[in-house]
Structures are given as structure tokens and as C-alpha cells.
Design a protein around this ligand. Sequence first.
Ligand code: GLC
Length: 445
Amino acid sequence: MKTKKLLTGLVLGAAAALVLSACGGDKGKADDKKVESTNGPVELTISCGSVGQDAEMCKKLTEQWAAKTGNKVKMFAVPPNTSDILALFRQQFSAKSAELDVVMVDVVWPGMIKNDLVDLTQAAKDVQKDHFPAIIANNTIDGKLLAMPWFTDAGLLYYRKDLLEKYQAKVPTTWEELTATSQKIQDGERASGNKNMNGYVFQGKATESLTCNALEWVSSYKDGGTIIDKTGKITINNPQAAKALDMAAGWIGTISPQGVLNYGEEDARGVFQNGDAVFMRNWPYAWALVNGSDPKQASKVKGNVGIVPLPKAGADGSSTATLGGWQLGVSQYSKNQAAAIDLVLYLTSKEVQKQRAIEGAYNPTIPALYADADILTKNPFFKDLLQVFENAVARPSTATGEKYNEVSNAFWDSASSVISGKAKGAEALSKLEGDLDRVRQGEKW
Ligand code: GLC
């Protein structure tokens, strides 16, 4: 099993809390800090996501930095899919374009864009120890720290407390229970005129989001594995993994709408937030929005939502969350690297991560913040579900390095062919094994 004990060794408390980050903790420090530049103020361009509150919060925080330093920051808009963002960045990088200074880096990317990011080891020498060591290790390639951890992610199950209560159903801990409860409530609600009700929404679109969901299904089965193991061996062609995909195929058109085959994170959130689903799989960011009172976000389920680990498969399976998360890095081709590094250190600082956790439910990458009372009041699940974050399962990006995107693409295509009814699990996975073998070309990835 390629289980990454992300938060292993986590010490919630005094020692970590004493360590001050670049700009956090010691407020005066950030204020006093001016970026050294011989040419006066600079204008940076940052790309920082477009899911949920990503863009809005990023704008606000970069403006805070700009006001402190006298520099300017422009936002670079990106599409919602991580694989589309990667394609866009790769175009910019291969053209050695100086347009982007600071980029948001998915946890699965460092191996793929290692030659395009500035080494932050020296700049982050005082603060990298504040972050989860496993994320720092993930972001360090050939001894170079290529990006600073910004927030971490793990897949979670959101549920409607009011509906479960109405139908006297308990919170499911297995997929079987989730399926049965979804069906019961969906049928009951539809029969009483609530025609748009669905049992379960998740991310079924053939993109990186489906890789994350399908890894959770596969890995929740005993011996389902993690597609490719730590040593680089292809393990996905196994009967348990096939069962997992067939199980998910059984949801389409029963407890999940046909449309889920085209859902990303925001589509699922929209349906759930509109009150049209009993259960949803999503990342922590959705918590702030489903419980938000911002009229633009129009959550109809505020106060009625619970959050628990994803179900496991049967008695011998285990609940699995895919490890996600984002980092900030500086482009090699940036003409303003000193200022860009300063912005990265500011945005990933303890102070800013605290603000983002409170306002946006973004999971900090700094262990000390998991004991912060202000954060826990807003997001009690950070503490309740600490185990989920600790045991999140990594996608095989370290083992496959530069090939990860091709690997993931082959996996999401395969999973998509099963859930859309074009193939059975066993048949799709046997083909996938061959496809992955071709991507590998020989012994090494
Ligand atoms: C979230 C995760 C990221 C993952 C993406 C897939 O943004 O943090 O790691 O790749 O979802 O949609």
C-alpha cells in the first residue's frame, strides 16, 4: 500500500507554536519587511485557482501583501480542472514565458514541472520546519524545495443531517450502507414531490478529479491497492479494484444522476448546496461554502450538513481519502524572482494560512494550526477528522514522476469507461494494465 502517513509525527502544541513563520506569528515582521529591489516596486502575476473561493481569497490576500510591500499583483485566471491548468502552465514553461511569476502547484505535479520552478530551499530555511514533513518531502526533488505547502486536502463525505434524521437513517460507514440509504431517501423525497433529489453526488468527469474519486473506491477495498505501488509496480489489474469500479457504475442512474459523469468539484457542490443531494464527496473547501451565508453562494443547506470519512467497502475494507493539496512555487522564467519568493512566503505563512482556514476551510499545512481555537471553532472537523488527513492515500506521482499525468489520464479514462457503462471493471483494468505498461516503456517510469 502506498499510504502516506501525511501528518505522522504531528505534534500539536507548544514546540511548533513557538516557531514563527516568515510573516505569521510575529506580525510586526511582515509589516517591516520590504522586498529588496533595485528597480523599485514590481508587478507580479500569480495564478491561484478557480474553484470555490480560490480566486477571490487569493486576490484579497495578495492585495494585503501588495499593500505591505508597495508592489502590485495581477491575477492569472485558470480553468477549474487541475489537468487543464497543468497543460496551460506547461505551454507557458516550454515557451520560457515570463508572464507568470507565482504558480499554484498541485501535490501531484512537482515531478512533472521540476525544471520550471525556482529552488526555495534557501529562502524557506527558517520556515520549512513548520510544515508537515511529508508535504515538504513531496515538494523536494533532487534536494531542491520546489514549492511551499499552501493547503492540504483529503476527500470527505458530506451528508444532510436533516434528511438522515427524517428517515431515521444512520450515517453510512460502508458503501453498501451509503447506497441503501441514498436509495431510500431519494425514493422517499421524490415520492413526496421533491423530484430533483439525488442520493449521492461526486466527481465523475474524466479528469484528475475522477482519478481521486476512483482511487478512493479502489483503495477502500481490502487489497484494492493504489494503481501503482511505491516501487513502481502496476497493481491496478486486480479483482478488488474491478469490484470497486463496478460498484460505482451501479450508482449511475440509480442513486447518482447520469449527469455526474460530467461533474467536477463545483458541479457536485452546486447540486448539494441547492438541497438536491443527500450525500456528496468533496474536499474540505466545500465546508465553508455549504455553510456560508454569502447570498452569491446561496446555500440552502446551511446548518444541516455533517461531514465524516468516506465509506469503506464491506467489513474488511478501510475508509480511504485521496491526498490532495496545493503549493506555491516561483517560475524559473520570472523576471522578479525575489519579490515572487517573498509573496510565496507571505501567502504560505502561518498568519495567512490561519486566515484562509477560518474564511475558506482550507486545511493548513502547518501542524500547530490544528490546535488553534479560532480555526477549530469554524472547522471542528479539522480535529475530528485528523485521522483522515493523517492517513490520506497518495496518488502514484512520486513513483511515476514525469509520467504521472499520462498514468492518471489512463486511469481516469479507464474508470470513466466503467462508470459510463462502456466496459466492465475487469475488462477495463486488464486493458489499463497494458496501457500503463506502454506509458512506462521498460523497467523505469
Ligand atoms: C483538489 C486537490 C488536488 C486534486 C484536485 C482534483 O484540488 O487538492 O490535489 O488534484 O482536487 O480535482
